[in-house]
Design a protein. Structure first.
Length: 240
């Protein structure tokens, strides 16, 4: 199957154009969107989400991974990554850093194949979608092998907000298993205690918890943490 991880959003034509391109090339494949609202133009925050959300996907899944603020430039190579028996396709701009760092088995190819028509601003549809389809069919990677290197050396645990969902819950890049539940955490000047789930606190009360992907998340019971405190992506978390 082919999984889409992007910052394209669900409005506008972009997600649909990628899906239709893949369907045209591999109509028998299962294609679904894992994430369409990754932090826009933000490979750093998205790298932590990509690693957390794809770790349990089946072997040989092709993950179309496009957060590409420098699309059309020569700033970053277009890449195919084989990590832990899964394929990742997209720009090597930091988006794959956490996936590659955590991989027991890693290979990387720079994409050299070029479509007949390649727009300057939509490599997702014109380049990465066809390459994803090739891999899904079992074709060899259309590129040359290179030695992947961590360019940014971002920490394994990022003490920042990396995603805000529709409920206003604020996900961080901190793995919950590394923080004792007695620890207090501060976000936007407010101190939070741990709770296991929403009903463990009063309505309107805030807390931090381990979310379903194993990351620390801030929330209020039946209220938006983001609206209450004006939280933004990249806001720092303080461990007290």
């Amino acid at each position: 199957m082919i999984v889409l991880f992007t910052d394209y959003g669900v409005t506008g034509p972009y997600l649909g154009q990628v899906e239709s391109k893949i369907y045209d090339l591999v109509p028998q494949s299962c294609v679904f969107t894992l994430m369409a609202d990754a932090p826009a133009h933000n490979p750093k925050a998205s790298a932590y989400l990509l690693c957390a959300f794809t770790s349990d996907l089946p072997k040989d899944t092709v993950i179309f991974s496009v957060i590409d603020p420098d699309v059309g430039s020569d700033k970053h190579r277009s890449a195919i990554i084989r990590a832990n028996d899964k394929w990742y396709v997209g720009p090597d701009n930091g988006l794959f850093d956490l996936v590659c760092r955590s991989a027991d088995d890693l290979q990387a190819w720079e994409i050299i194949w070029q479509p007949e028509n390649l727009s300057n601003t939509f490599h997702g549809r014109d380049l990465y979608a066809p390459v994803s389809a090739m891999l899904d069919k079992g074709d060899p990677p259309p590129g040359t092998i290179y030695q992947w290197q961590d360019q940014h050396h971002w920490p394994d645990d990022l003490t920042e907000v990396i995603y805000i969902d529709q409920f206003g819950n604020c996900m961080t890049g901190i793995h919950a298993k590394k923080i004792q539940q007695t620890i207090k955490l501060e976000l936007c000047g407010k101190t939070f205690n741990h709770a296991a789930t929403f009903t463990d606190v009063q309505e309107g009360e805030g807390f931090w918890y381990e979310n379903s992907s194993g990351l620390i998340e801030f929330a209020f019971n039946r209220a938006s943490a983001a609206k209450k405190m004006g939280v933004k992506i990249s806001d720092p978390v303080i461990v007290k």
